[in-house]
Design a protein around this ligand. Structure first.
Ligand code: GLY
Ligand code: MN
Ligand code: MN
Length: 432
């Protein structure tokens, strides 16, 4: 689905070319079709960096962007027989016209033509280390190009990850509209499932309700495998079995977001399956909520993107100390990172075309500073495993609260704020 006007991608390429040194080229490859088992494939999802600069959603494609602004696409030739099986293909002429490339070539000719196209250039940029097969291809095309003319200078291979990542980090208005829609669909899903969740439902029941809500809202795919974790399963950060019963008195942690126009949303709520938090669950919840609120407030234009992390560590440590789960002074807890027993992930991540958006947090030892139109998740959590040396009544509690936060001129906007975050509001929603 391409909701962004194609000129937009062309303009992105032209703008990015200005960030390249003269006489250089950027090469990116598309995703490939991936087998699931035997001859059955996973649904195709275009590589986010490739999509960002092309809008083109076919596999087996390579983009060359010259520092002059010229852009070239290698893609599959139109094949009417294959189209009868796998559906429409743009082909060389279609891709050139519809996606505004200056030239297109058959992907089968890539090994033959790319060395000629890059011969004599000073720099070859790519996203080194993301795809070893493609890295090896780049090196073989470079060696071939270098060997074409004995007296010319060799091409330099340079990583473009930070430059492209910084572009992706600041969302345009068009991207923010897509992200708002993605967040709206996922928020409605959380609201509707919490309203309809009942004691007796399993993790699997809830998962199917979330997936159905995403589709009803207009999103075909979740932006990652949903986590639907009842009781102590919530302490397993990447729990995706989603197939157990949920006991009376247990909470369920649901981390589920969807994709719209390829943009991700990412929301977590932890709610009691019987509609009422116990006093221990509520105490832990309120610490997580305070950490969430303080971390959001740390999102300010000009502040380090690592500030929310520091805020969350301080609030969670103080809260865990106050209820007797951590001991010693706050300074000691923070210095020795004793909170990590109960808070063992980071406060959040950039969000965009990827749920963990492929953008830097620091460059050359300097933290990235918040700018207007960056989007970060804020998702503090406390997880009390059976192995913890604490009173039995705390064990098995796992709570995370996650919202998607847009940095604005004046501070921040919570794009997923329609889903209640406060325990009273969640209980009220479940009763409604
Ligand atoms: N759902 C993945 C994450 O929250 O980072
Ligand atoms: Mn997240
Ligand atoms: Mn999440």
């Amino acid at each position: 689905m391409t909701d962004i006007n194609i000129n937009f991608f062309k303009n992105r390429r032209l703008n990015l070319a200005k960030d390249m040194e003269d006489n250089s080229v950027l090469l990116l490859n598309s995703s490939s079709t991936i087998l699931r088992n035997n001859d059955t494939t996973f649904p195709f999802r275009q590589d986010s960096n490739f999509y960002y600069l092309t809008g083109f959603e076919e596999p087996d494609s390579i983009m060359l962007l010259m520092s002059s602004g010229e852009s070239i696409l290698f893609c599959r030739e139109k094949n009417p027989d294959l189209e009868k099986w796998d559906g429409f293909m743009f082909g060389l002429e279609g891709a050139k016209q519809e996606f505004h490339f200056d030239k297109t070539f058959d992907i089968k000719l890539a090994d033959e033509l790319i060395p000629t196209l890059i011969q004599g250039l000073s720099n070859l940029y790519s996203l080194i280390g993301k795809d070893t097969l493609f890295d090896n291809k780049l090196i073989s095309w470079m060696s071939k190009a270098n060997s074409m003319e004995r007296h010319q200078e060799n091409i330099n291979l340079k990583d473009f990850s930070n430059t492209l990542g910084m572009k992706r980090l600041i969302k345009s208005n068009e991207e923010i509209e897509l992200m708002r829609k993605s967040c709206e669909i996922a928020s409605n899903a959380h609201i509707n499932v919490m309203k309809n969740a009942k004691l007796g439902m399993t993790e699997f029941d809830l998962e199917s309700m979330y997936l159905n809500e995403f589709k009803k809202g207009g999103s075909r795919f979740p932006s990652y495998n949903p986590i639907v974790a009842g009781g102590k399963n919530a302490c397993v950060l990447h729990y995706i079995d989603n197939n157990k019963t949920i006991n009376d008195g247990d909470m369920v942690l649901v981390d589920a977001g969807c994709e719209y126009g390829l943009y991700a949303s990412d929301i977590t709520r932890t709610f009691p399956i019987n509609g009422k938090y116990s006093s221990e669950q509520r105490e832990i919840y309120n610490i997580v909520l305070e950490a969430h609120n303080k971390a959001c407030q740390a999102i300010k234009v000009g502040a380090s993107c690592l500030e929310p992390q520091i805020e969350s560590e301080t609030v969670l440590s103080q809260g865990l100390k106050d209820i007797g789960l951590l001991h010693g002074s706050l300074d000691e807890i923070l210095e020795k990172k004793l909170f990590r027993e109960f808070y063992y992930h980071k406060i959040g991540h950039w969000l965009g075309l990827d749920v963990h958006d492929d953008c830097p947090y620091s460059i050359n030892g300097e933290d990235i500073k918040f700018q207007e139109n960056m989007v970060m998740t804020i998702e503090p959590g406390i997880y009390i495993n059976d192995s913890a040396d604490v009173d039995e009544r705390w064990k098995g509690i796992g709570i995370r609260l996650e919202n998607d936060i847009l940095a604005t001129k004046l501070g921040y906007e919570n794009l997923t704020q329609t889903v209640p975050s406060e325990p009273d509001a969640i209980e009220a929603l479940m009763k409604s």
